[in-house]
Design a protein around this ligand. Structure first.
Ligand code: BDR
Ligand code: CA
Length: 315
């Protein structure tokens, strides 16, 4: 059996970020989470960092180091999303205060150190929030772009339209300048945008199955996800809200569940109506160099089975 792939999860938990973390931890035979870097996004940095610690404690994985990263986007004021995730970022379940501490290093410094000290192409980055930490790491050490294996990120939208403006998705909108830097870095990038995550809807029957596992983690996540999906169900008028961030981890575990296309993606950073838009050149009309695999389809049943499987293993 091959050794697990080393990943760094860069995150702003967030209930869907939380599921992504659990999905990775529940498949430890395939994925080795070598560190978690927190970024400001859904809520402010003090909370996203604390939430990362809380999640690792729930999963019994306090061996994984957590680093606080950027507390604000590169060039614009931080916009948060308590209206989706609640004021703690993890409303829906009451966690005990964490007893473990953050590591003292700055998140982007950890990313640089981890990537540069390990063999080339041996670390994968999974950003689940605004791309500020990744851009700062690339600014400090541009060689990481070539040295990482790939970046599998959640962000952006084309066909589905935006969720914070008509054209922009939250993670890219919050820090478009960081996103522009990352998309133009030359790193191999796989993108889970709203075009695909809007196919991954949390159904009540699935939540019942999760509840049926009867474990500590499953109980917590039924609470978290029931809170989380109330907002999107109302917004989209759908049966179940989209579970965005775990699609990144699922792609690493089972890429055969997904379909996509290698395209050019540019980020709109000019202030105005389309600020933060991912401009996807689906049909190569610009002839700009292709820089990202834009995922367009997911087998939703296979995706949700994989998550249940992770919770079964976590206990
Ligand atoms: C993204 O924004 C956040 O609210 C979610 O955690 C996800 O990363 C979806 O637009
Ligand atoms: Ca997120």
């Amino acid at each position: 059996m091959s050794s697990p792939r080393s990943i760094i999860i860069d995150t702003d938990p967030g209930q869907d970020d939380a599921v992504a973390i659990m999905l990775a931890l529940g498949h430890a035979e395939a994925l080795d989470v070598i560190g978690i870097t927190a970024v400001a996004g859904n809520v402010g940095l003090p909370l996203t960092a604390k939430n990362s610690l809380k999640l690792l404690e729930l999963a019994g994985r306090t061996d994984i180091p957590v680093y606080a990263g950027a507390s604000a986007p590169l060039m614009v004021p931080l916009e948060t999303a308590e209206y989706v995730h609640g004021e703690t970022g993890l409303n829906g379940w009451t966690f005990p205060e964490p007893t473990t501490a953050l590591r003292p290093e700055f998140g982007p410094d950890f990313i640089v150190e981890a990537v540069m000290s390990r063999p080339p192409k041996s670390v994968t980055l999974c950003p689940l929030g605004p791309l500020t930490n990744i851009a700062l790491a690339m600014a400090k050490e541009p060689r990481i772009a070539d040295r990482i294996d790939k970046i599998v990120l959640m962000g952006g939208a084309q066909i589905e339209g935006g969720n914070v403006t008509p054209t922009a998705e939250f993670n890219i909108y919050v820090d478009p300048h960081a996103a522009a830097r990352v998309f133009n870095s030359g790193a191999e990038i796989v993108v889970m945008s709203l075009d695909v995550t809007h196919q991954a809807l949390i159904k009540r029957a699935w939540l019942n199955e999760l509840a049926g596992l009867g474990t500590k983690c499953s109980e917590a996540f039924v609470g978290l996800l029931s809170f989380y999906e109330r907002y999107d169900e109302e917004k989209y008028g759908s049966d179940g809200g989209p579970l965005h961030d775990p699609t990144t981890i699922a792609w690493l575990l089972k890429p055969e569940l997904f379909k996509g296309k290698f395209v050019n993606v540019e980020i709109e950073t000019t202030p105005g109506l389309c600020f933060g838009q991912t401009v996807v050149d689906r049909w190569s009309v610009t002839k700009r160099p292709k820089n990202a695999t834009w995922i367009t389809h997911v087998d939703a049943d296979g995706f949700f089975d994989l998550i249940l499987d992770a919770f079964r293993r976590l206990g």
